[in-house]
Design a binder for this molecule. Structure first.
Ligand code: F0G
Length: 470
């Protein structure tokens, strides 16, 4: 185990010690299969970590989505599930938690984040309208496109540079939005799609100053501002750590203030909310709320469960309150930064500053000899699995998919392999093992070959694509 007890909370800030504000009551055994078994497993999975069986995985960093450990309170809440078809008591508990913590008035539950993305995109985008956003997210952009929208990336340029150190690399470049308004007209912009801690940029936060300025700009042009609140609690911690004027504020206060500048939000509850399933969309406008409540019964379920069981809504209501406790979120993000610091100290090329939910390895720097159309980040995820049974995910050209107009691959500047850290699941010793395996794979980077894609599904291809070694 490492003797390092300190983590860097934001690379330009000081240091503080931390420990998890919980102790372990129940454990789930994990084990590692042999190297030859792993080689067979990844080959059978078409070199796609999404197609591995979890029993063949040692440390699972595929995603931080739905993989959190629930607290004893949340498990107790599961026993209070009111499984009535309509008007479940748990829905009202959930509604109250969201109203109090996020501040939106009207709440529509969904089975998970993409259900919420579907509803808001369907309700608020007319065919041919533009949807400016701070970098794409896979499911978000797809739902915007399926609703007839055209996504436009308006994140600051620095976000596309893995090594540019800026505490708020998730910010929107206001000039890009203004130019779009000038060029296309405000009436041709559906809304601004703002995500907290931008996933594809490496979990990079948005500053309070940026959302304030955006609100002003939206008011000037009569635009709406909707928030992807999926990891907004993590974003709020970064504001507390790095933005002047917020050091003494609680994360919960910062979160509420941030949401106050927006017209509504959608949420994948599987992340910040510390549950295994669920989501919601929430707005301030009654008319829009009515349209969302009407659509939810078509696609998800009745407006008082939206695809969730009563017990899941109760666990989420409790998880929401736990998630904004300062101790919790500091240890959650602290663990990610701890792993990041180990890797940076060993000279491993990762996206900087380290974000809130994951470490992103720079696959271009691992394999400069593998061209992007031979999928270096996919290769890196396979190599890491073969080395140690650690499962990660490609976040590069495969995830970016094809341009709907031209049909060509979209070539993102960032070609990354993501190690997402589940919440309250792994220990510091696991982080050390992960870092050691990444180091091993980095040292062995020279003779590694690229892949060709041999099966490509139409939508969100990264989930199911298959590859062969060249
Ligand atoms: N928005 C963001 C920023 C996300 O990261 C995700 C999911 C979603 C929306 C969609 O939510 O999965 O509940 O339907 N991200 C997962 C990940 C899949 O691994 O990053 P969902």
């Amino acid at each position: 185990m490492s003797s390092q007890r300190y983590i860097t909370m934001g690379e330009q800030k000081g240091r503080r010690s931390w420990a998890e504000p919980w102790k372990i009551k129940m454990v789930e055994p994990i084990s590692m299969i042999s190297r030859s078994e792993r080689e067979k497993a990844i080959q059978e999975a078409g070199y796609n970590t999404f197609l591995l069986r979890s029993k063949d995985v040692y440390i699972d960093l595929l995603t931080d989505s739905g993989t959190s450990a629930m607290s004893d309170r949340q498990w107790a809440g599961m026993m209070l599930g009111d499984e009535a078809y309509a008007g479940s008591v748990n829905f009202y508990n959930l509604e109250k938690a969201i109203q109090e913590i996020y501040g939106y008035e009207y709440i529509v539950p969904t089975h998970q984040g993409r259900g919420a993305e579907h509803l808001i995109s369907h309700a608020e985008i007319r065919k041919g309208q533009y949807v400016p956003g701070n970098m794409y997210f896979t499911t978000t952009r797809l739902h915007q496109e399926l609703a007839g929208g055209i996504f436009v990336d308006v994140i600051i340029d620095e976000a596309h540079d893995p090594y540019h150190i800026d505490p708020f690399k998730g910010n929107i470049d206001l000039r890009k939005v203004e130019n779009l308004v000038k060029e296309k007209g405000a009436e041709n912009i559906a809304y601004i799609s703002l995500a907290g801690t931008v996933n594809m940029a490496g979990g990079q936060p948005v500053s309070m100053a940026n959302v304030k300025a955006l609100r002003k700009l939206c008011d000037q042009h009569g635009l709406k501002l909707y928030l992807d609140a999926t990891r907004m609690v993590e974003n709020s911690l970064f504001i507390q750590l790095s933005e002047s004027g917020y050091k003494k504020k609680k994360v919960a206060e910062i979160l509420k203030e941030f949401c106050d500048y927006t017209d509504g939000a959608w949420m994948s509850g599987k992340k910040d909310h510390l549950v295994n399933i669920g989501g919601w969309v929430a707005v301030r406008d009654k008319n829009l709320a009515d349209r969302l409540r009407n659509a939810v019964v078509v696609y998800e379920g009745l407006h008082t469960y939206g695809g969730m069981a009563g017990r899941d809504m109760e666990a989420m209501a409790i998880g929401i309150r736990e998630s904004v406790e300062d101790d919790h979120i500091k240890s959650r993000v602290g663990q990610v930064l701890y792993l990041g610091e180990l890797l940076v100290n060993w000279g491993i090329p990762i996206v900087r500053p380290v974000g809130g939910h994951a470490i992103f390895l720079d696959a271009r720097a691992f394999y400069p000899h593998i061209p992007q159309d031979q999928f270096p980040a996919q290769v890196l995820a396979s190599e890491l699995y073969m080395d140690s049974g650690i499962r990660s995910m490609e976040r590069g050209v495969v995830s970016a998919g094809r341009d709907p107009q031209t049909g060509d691959h979209r070539y993102p500047k960032l070609e990354l392999t993501r190690l997402a850290i589940p919440r309250r699941v792994y220990t510091e010793a696991h982080m050390d093992v992960i870092a050691e395996s990444v180091k091993m794979v980095y040292e062995d980077r020279k003779n590694i070959k690229g892949f060709k894609m041999v099966y490509e599904p139409e939508y969100l291809r990264f989930f199911q694509a298959r590859f062969e070694r060249l």
